[in-house]
Write a protein that binds this ligand. Sequence first.
Ligand SMILES: [Zn+2]
Ligand SMILES: [Zn+2]
Length: 212
Amino acid sequence: MRRLIVTADYFQRKCKKRDEKFIADLRAFLKDDMHFPEKHIGRIIVLLRECLNKRNAQVAESTKHEIRKRARNNNKACYMCGGELEFDIGDSYNSVQVEHKWPKAMGGSSDNFNLEVACQKCNCKKSDYIDASDFHYEKICLVSDKKDEHFSTEMKREYELALWAKTEFKCSVCRKSPADAGKLKFARKNSNDSWHFLNIEIYCEKHHEIRG
Ligand SMILES: [Zn+2]
Ligand SMILES: [Zn+2]
C-alpha cells in the first residue's frame, strides 16, 4: 500500500499540472508493474487520488484545541509511549501534540477518529515509522547483539516506534495500550536468536514479567 501511495505521489509530482499524463503513467504502473487486473485499476486510481488529496488537508486549530482540552481533562498519556504529557504551551520533549495515527502523508484522514495526542518525542520520530517497519528492520538487525542484555532498554526511540507499531502500540497479549499499562517492553521470542525486528515481541509490564 505504501508503495502504491508513494509511487502515485511521485508520478503526480513528476507530471505537475498535466493530470492526463499523471493518470496514464499511474495506470501503466498499476497494470504493467503491479499486475492489477484491468477491471480494478479505475477504482484503485480513484482511491489513490483521494489519499493524495488528504495529505493537503489541515486540521483546524479549533479541532486541535478541542482534542488537547479533552486529553488534559482526562489526564491522557501519549498513546505511543504512555509518557506523561505536558499540556502547557512549551517546547519540551513531552509537550502535547495532536497527531495523525495513520500518517497524513499516507492518506490519513484529518477527522477526529484518526487524531490522537502524543508527546513531542514520539511524534517527531514517527514521521518515518511506516517506512520504519522495513527500514528499521535492517538497522535493528545490524546493531543487534545476541549477548547484549541491555539491548532492549537502550533502543533508540525510532526503533521502539517501529516495533510498537507492529502491534499497533499495544501489548501483544492483553492488547492494552501504554496509556493504560505503561511503556511497552520488548522480549525476544527465541532467546537463542538475536534482537532483530522479527524476533522481538511487544509486552506490557505485567506480561513482560510473566514471560520472565
Ligand atoms: Zn510518547
Ligand atoms: Zn499485557
